[in-house]
Ligand binder design. Structure first.
Ligand code: PRP
Length: 205
């Protein structure tokens, strides 16, 4: 049995689209079930994005799909053989005005991604104090909890709705295929076949 870990968040739709394009029969897929046998030999796990790397690292899931944002923040020790063509978005510095901080200025930056933000904002000519939030990061600069925020922008709708602007793009983000090293050795044939089918379907980038 191959166990595939799917992320519950923003990447679920592009991942399901990619798997369907790759020939997996999803007609029995139930988004309300955390664990389900899809077809004979294929079991799906529906996991919180932030927990998914751990399940794959531990070999509980053989293969998973998760955003490179989560991988960058967690620093997971996983094989990352491919990225999907769909579901791309970007990590941005956002604020109430399209202005970078002045040289020497000290700014507070709200984010759900403190470790990655620290790396992304290193070597700036201004100082950063990170404020770690677990969601609704846009409210940080809006309510002056922070001066700026580092957050995901996809369609730009959230920014527009809150009167915020993108000051700078810091990184591109994509849904990524992840495999544990031990699982890869154990299920090499099936996992390579899955990758090949995704590749042939043109859903990898
Ligand atoms: C992200 C981000 C924004 C939104 C941006 O949240 O925090 O709220 O998506 O997307 P948009 O540009 O298409 O409006 P996400 O959905 O990842 O979940 P979260 O609210 O848990 O952070």
């Amino acid at each position: 049995v191959i166990r595939i870990a799917l992320p519950k968040g923003r990447n679920l739709e592009p991942v399901l689209g990619a798997l369907a394009a790759g020939g997996l029969d999803l007609s029995s897929f139930d988004p309300g079930k955390l664990r389900q046998e899809l077809v004979a030999g294929v079991e799906l796990l529906l996991l919180k994005d932030w927990d998914l790397p751990l399940y794959v690292e531990q070999g509980i899931a053989d293969v998973g799909f998760v955003g490179t944002d989560v991988l960058a923040e967690l620093g997971a020790d996983l094989l990352q053989p491919a990225r999907l063509a769909a579901g791309h978005c970007r990590m941005c510095l956002i604020g109430t005005a399209a202005e970078l901080p002045r040289e020497g200025e000290q700014v507070r930056v709200a984010t759900k991604y403190p470790a990655w933000s620290k790396r992304l904002l290193a070597d700036r000519p201004w100082g950063v104090e990170l404020v770690t939030l677990s969601g609704s990061v846009e409210l940080g600069p809006l309510l002056q909890l922070a001066d700026l925020a580092v957050d995901i922008v996809q369609t730009g709708r959230t920014l527009r709705e809150h009167g915020l602007v993108e000051i700078a793009e810091l990184a591109e983000i994509a849904p990524c295929v992840v495999m544990g090293k031990a699982s890869f050795h154990h299920h090499r044939g099936e996992l390579l076949e899955l990758l090949e089918r995704l590749d042939e379907a043109g859903v990898l980038s």
